[in-house]
Design a binder for this molecule. Structure first.
Ligand code: AMP
Ligand code: ZN
Length: 112
């Protein structure tokens, strides 16, 4: 299977680990949209949030908890945003489930 995030998890594509354990891997986004922009992915290939059935619910919680760990590690005490783009209309471009952790600037929407 040709999956860029599986290749990153496997170390075939080099990346800088931000956080990792036996279930998840976190690394900087290639095209950051904020001063802190980290992707948190399950080591296991799951296509999208919509592809995660009941047996994966604990893993989803673990992914979210990992985002909190990274946010604390990055000192994002004043707030941050966690995004999970899902499917074509959701803007998902890489078909391996991932959380975006964005912070380090105001994420207010609409701005102002
Ligand atoms: P999404 O649009 O939610 O599927 O997000 C995919 C994200 O993956 C985008 O923000 C890309 O910048 C990021 N991305 C794609 N390829 C890489 C890569 N090789 N290393 C790090 N981030 C990547
Ligand atoms: Zn994958």
């Amino acid at each position: 299977m040709d999956c860029v995030f599986c290749s990153i998890v496997a170390g075939k594509i080099p990346s800088t680990p931000v956080y990792q354990d036996d279930l998840v891997y976190a690394f900087p986004d290639l095209h950051p949209q904020a001063p802190v922009h980290v992707l948190i992915v399950p080591r296991e290939h799951i296509r999208s949030l919509d592809d995660s059935d009941a047996e994966k619910r604990a893993l989803l919680g673990h992914l979210l908890g990992s985002a909190v760990e990274v946010a604390r590690q990055k000192g994002l005490g004043s707030g941050y945003r966690v995004v999970v783009n899902t499917g074509e209309n959701g803007g998902q471009t890489v078909d391996h489930l991932h959380l975006h952790l964005l912070g380090g600037r105001s994420m207010h929407w609409p701005p102002g």
